[in-house]
Design a protein around this ligand. Structure first.
Ligand code: AMP
Length: 592
């Protein structure tokens, strides 16, 4: 493999010198050596009887410690509205929400689903549900009726908080098919003419008391239910517990370098685990201010938000970064982004090109980090105090043991050799680890082999302990005896000035087993042509060598992606081969 240290990119050196803020993690080795999860847990309050509750640590703890007046959330509406909530405001509102649930008979362990855009009520509902000891499950508001119904059915929904418009359009028709669904609370509704069997959330909250004694949840009580299908397969409900907050607090502080005075903008929707863990819990637990934008991606709006909201920590995803790259750097010069201190990316491999681009465009690199719905929080990261090797996911969070392993009939063997490819594995036991797939014990058990949690991702580790992503195990290509990771090929194609996005698959071939086939979306100003195809094939061959370079390249206007921005290589492959397309509930943009 040509990936890793022999990539043609220089390391980007740590940036502490010009930001004026000392990183929370100053020296990786020292912090790792002194780290324990028990000490991290002791740094939080806990509940009086020894219990632990995410919402207490995220909100009430700060109020109790005298920071009630500090801004907790600034909300930016699509049409220009702006609302500020202090920690004291959030405490009152979430107490009211929890009381409203309790009055309705929604109890500890009951499932409360949230289905709405990024409205303030979503944040209040999520944290209020946790105070009540109930389980919150966020759904992405752009899901169609069927993915909503199937997730709520699988998750045993007892209550739903949604808007009237979404309820009428996506839920009303089948609502009575879910006998356990007893309460529907509506926001943005016409209180004079509510649909049958629904309540106004505003009215329910107005009638509720403003003080609430948090349900004495235990660290291993279920708190969040996140549905994931990743880029493959059918959705599964990953179960997370209140103890996860220890991981969110630590990873927010160390991997995203969140300080209490920070203004943190995580662009992910809380319908996905990133939007919940780092768009709500981690910044609040660290006492910072959340910036929430209701609107979808728009480059001008985003740069305006970074400037006007004085964002200091920005957590986004490669798809958005690639869209910004497509538009170019000229536009950035119009904005004063001098407050921006720490840029991070997750969700997909971050091409080295994008890291180098951000260094030029913003004067700061994007810090890639890696995790999954199942891990509940960041596991591998490029820390603020570390030199970045563009294309690497970084090093494990203190307290996390990560390894490259090989599956064997009798278990797994750890691969010690630097830059040898294998499956990325984690030693179980970190606080935000998922505790099950709901109603699917066998599927859960299969993730653990020989004392390791196997992630399903292929990766390599270099001699300095940096991890390099290769691909999902399902996406890796076997061509003439070579194992080829799609990310390596995609990154090489991305280096060409015409390429905005690339998705690479293995296409069955009688001679080679599989050949590498690439799908490419072009930047503005470039049009598909036979000459450009040849040029890209030549560029890739020069960069990767003939064994790894794609043999075929097709142009596409867009690549199919999940709503969380991951390129769906499985779908590219199914379409190429004329195979069934499978579960498309998470598909967002379509190439056709
Ligand atoms: P999900 O659980 O849907 O968030 O998907 C998790 C998967 O996204 C991981 O198993 C990886 O395949 C991919 N992923 C997330 N972050 C990264 C990253 N920084 N680099 C490469 N792949 C990533």
């Amino acid at each position: 493999m040509r990936q890793g240290p022999d990539m043609p990119w220089d390391s980007i050196h740590k940036q502490e010198a010009h930001t004026g803020t000392a990183p929370n993690l100053r020296d990786y080795a020292t912090v790792c050596a002194g780290f324990s999860w028990e000490a991290a847990r002791r740094a939080l309050d806990g509940l009086p009887d020894g219990g632990l509750n995410i919402a207490h640590e995220a909100i009430d703890r700060h109020v109790a410690h005298g920071r009630g007046a500090h801004p907790a959330l600034r909300w930016l509406g699509k049409a220009g509205a702006r609302h500020d909530f202090t920690y004291a405001d959030l405490k009152r509102l979430t107490d009211r929400f929890a009381n409203a649930l309790r009055t309705l008979g929604v109890a500890k362990g009951d499932r409360v689903f949230g289905l709405m855009g990024r409205l303030p009520e979503l944040y209040i509902a999520a944290l209020g549900t946790l105070k009540n000891g109930s389980v919150f499950s966020p759904l992405f508001s752009a899901f169609g009726p069927e993915p909503i119904r199937s997730r709520m059915e699988l998750g045993d929904a007892k209550a739903l908080v949604t808007t009237e418009a979404l309820y009428r359009k996506k839920v009303m028709a089948w609502r009575h098919e879910l006998p356990k669904l007893t309460h529907v609370l509506l926001v943005e509704c016409n209180e004079a003419a509510l649909p049958e069997g629904t309540l106004s959330l505003a009215q329910a909250m107005a009638a509720a008391s403003e003080t609430f004694a948090i349900e004495p949840t235990r660290p291993d009580d279920m708190a969040l239910l996140h549905f994931t299908s990743g880029t493959t397969g059918r959705p599964k409900g990953a179960v997370h517990v209140h103890e996860a907050v220890v991981g969110h607090a630590v990873t927010g502080r160390l991997a995203l370098d969140i300080h209490p005075e920070d203004r943190v903008w995580c662009t992910a929707d809380p319908g996905w685990v990133t939007g919940m863990s780092y768009g709500i819990i981690a910044p609040l637990t660290n006492g910072a201010t959340l910036i929430v934008d209701e609107a979808e991606f728009d480059a001008e709006r985003w740069y305006g938000t970074l400037q006007n909201e004085l964002v200091t920590v920005w957590y986004t995803a490669p798809t958005a970064i690639r869209m910004m790259m497509k538009i170019g750097t000229e536009i950035i010069r119009k904005y004063d982004l001098s407050r921006l201190r720490f840029l991070a990316s997750v969700g997909e491999p971050l091409n080295p090109e994008a890291v180098v681009w951000s260094q030029q465009a913003f004067g700061r690199p994007f810090h890639d980090n890696w995790w999954q719905t199942e891990t509940g929080g960041i596991m591998i990261a490029n820390f603020a105090s570390m030199d970045i090797k563009p294309g690497s996911m970084g090093r494990p969070i203190p307290g996390i043991e990560a390894a490259i392993v090989e599956r064997k009939p009798e278990g797994v063997a750890v691969v010690e050799k630097p830059m040898a490819m294998g499956e990325l594995a984690l030693k179980p036991g970190w606080p935000s680890m998922f505790r099950g797939y709901l109603h699917e014990d066998e599927r859960y058990k299969k993730c653990f082999v020989g004392g390791w949690y196997l992630t399903g991702d292929l990766a390599m580790r270099d001699a300095d302990g940096y991890f390099w992503f290769v691909g999902r195990a399902d996406d890796v290509i076997k061509s003439s005896g070579h194992l080829i990771g799609p990310f390596e090929v995609e990154s090489a194609l991305m280096e060409h000035p015409a390429v905005a996005e690339a998705g690479v698959i293995g296409k069955p071939d009688p001679m080679a087993g599989e050949i590498v086939k690439a799908f490419v979306a072009l930047k503005g100003g470039y049009a598909p042509s036979e000459d450009l195809r040849k040029e890209l094939l030549g560029h890739a061959r020069k960069r990767l060598g003939p064994a790894v370079a794609p043999k075929e390249i097709d142009f596409r206007a867009n690549l199919p992606k999940t709503r969380s921005g991951k390129i769906m290589r499985r779908l590219l492959k199914a379409r190429e081969l004329g195979l069934p397309e499978g579960d498309l509930s998470t598909l967002e943009s379509d190439e056709r």
